[in-house]
Ligand binder design. Structure first.
Ligand code: SF4
Length: 401
């Protein structure tokens, strides 16, 4: 037998779908794909009512075995299999075992490496986002040993990747709600990483020393002094946000669109479209100041609202994941996404004077729903962000002020 290690944060263990009480049901506003076995099971069901429903609501596309058919949405954008109480007629008629892979697993995700498995949830589910963000221990990760006949077929999770992931997680944990300081420390760690080889023990020791020095600086509050030298580039803030807004505005009717648009309207970037660069920069500078003066004090009482989000991103993305992008490039994307979330939080406080846990949950789940529904959506979104890089990834430093 082989021994694998399973990792699972507390919010994943606690998750249970809230069904018809869900503020934004997952069976709507999205293309819901069916695998071949499930599509045929519904189209050839013995029960006439299920067969009739399937014939009416399934469109067979035969793109692949996993993507064999698609569920047609009704005029209100909901899955045609939902009843008036938003309960699934397939589940009611044929049982849970008849649900397609997509429907039976969402929002659960298992990230597999040869000897490790990481259970997680996609944050496009509002209940998943609520459990993560509103519980102090939401990202407390449990570890279990699993006995299996075979290891997973996925590549090995390299020690160097594990070490970097752990360092990033610890740096973000050290910075509390001063997220920019944590991101800055990770940027310095990534710059050091560019100069060392993770195959060389002396180099790894040097990287560890850099990590310890950064961790110490965060603890003593010295990082903020180092950051004074960074020149903010508020026009870049505006250009990035505007471009992300443009990406999202092309998706009316998508899940999360109405919720996210409510907060985007408060941010009101459109009012600046015809203004000069100085006015655009001024709004972004004001927002940056409001973040420090008004929003951070509100978050101090429940730092896990933001802290758990970053711990989730590092855990879920296996950040900085050496196999997909350069670490600095991955950090640029994360920093850009944070810029959008942060400005929406500022806009909420600016216009109402308040920030509830629901606001944070709503902004984060709807943002994930619109930009990370699947790999294609997140790749497209990242292309939009990459288009606004200045010279290189290190321009992310200009986003931290
Ligand atoms: S979005 Fe989440 S809570 Fe809502 S219906 Fe889907 S799985 Fe359940």
């Amino acid at each position: 037998m082989k021994t694998l290690t399973l990792f699972e944060p507390q919010f994943v263990e606690k998750f249970a779908c809230v069904g018809s009480a869900c503020p934004e049901h997952c069976c709507g506003g999205w293309n819901i794909q069916l695998d071949k076995k499930s599509a045929n099971r519904y189209l050839q069901a013995k029960r006439i009512d299920i067969r009739a429903l399937a014939t009416e609501h399934i469109s067979v596309t035969k793109k692949s075995v996993a993507n064999w058919a698609q569920i047609k949405l009704d005029a209100s954008g909901q899955c045609g299999f939902l009843d008036e109480k938003k309960l699934c007629k397939i589940h009611a008629g044929l049982g849970a075992s008849a649900l397609s892979h997509t429907c039976s697993t969402y929002p659960r995700v298992s990230i597999q490496k040869r000897r490790d498995e990481f259970n997680t949830l996609t944050l496009s589910c509002p209940e998943a986002a609520r459990l993560l963000l509103t519980h102090p221990d939401g990202m407390q990760v449990q570890e279990k040993q699993l006995l299996r006949q075979l290891f997973n077929s996925a590549p090995e999770y390299q020690d160097a990747e594990k070490l970097l992931n752990l360092m990033c997680s610890l740096l973000m944990a050290k910075c509390g709600v001063q997220v920019e300081q944590g991101l800055y420390a990770i940027a310095l760690l990534c710059l050091k990483l560019d100069k060392v080889s993770l195959d060389n023990a002396d180099d790894v020791a040097q990287l560890e020393n850099t990590f310890l020095a950064l961790s110490d600086s965060l603890e003593k509050g010295e990082v903020v002094a180092h950051m004074h030298a960074i020149e903010p580039h508020y026009l870049l803030h505006y250009a990035l946000l505007n471009n992300m807004q443009h990406f999202i505005q092309l998706r009316p009717g998508s899940r999360g669109f109405a919720t996210f648009s409510r907060y985007l309207q408060l941010l009101n970037l459109d009012a600046l479209q015809d203004q000069d660069d100085a006015s655009k920069s001024q709004l972004m500078a004001e927002n940056s100041l409001l973040w420090q003066q008004k929003v951070l004090p509100l978050l101090q009482d429940s730092p896990w609202l933001i802290g758990n989000y970053f711990q989730y991103r590092i855990y879920h993305d296996r950040f900085p994941s050496l196999t997909s992008r350069e670490p600095l490039s991955a950090l640029y994307l994360l920093t850009s996404e944070w810029l959008m979330i942060k400005n929406l939080l500022v806009a909420q406080v600016k216009s109402t004077g308040e920030l509830s846990q629901d606001d944070v949950v709503n902004i984060i789940y709807s943002f994930h729903s619109l930009t990370k529904h699947n790999k294609q959506a997140s790749d497209n979104f990242y292309m939009h962000i990459d288009a606004f890089k200045m010279n290189d990834n290190i321009s992310l430093l200009h986003l931290l002020k």
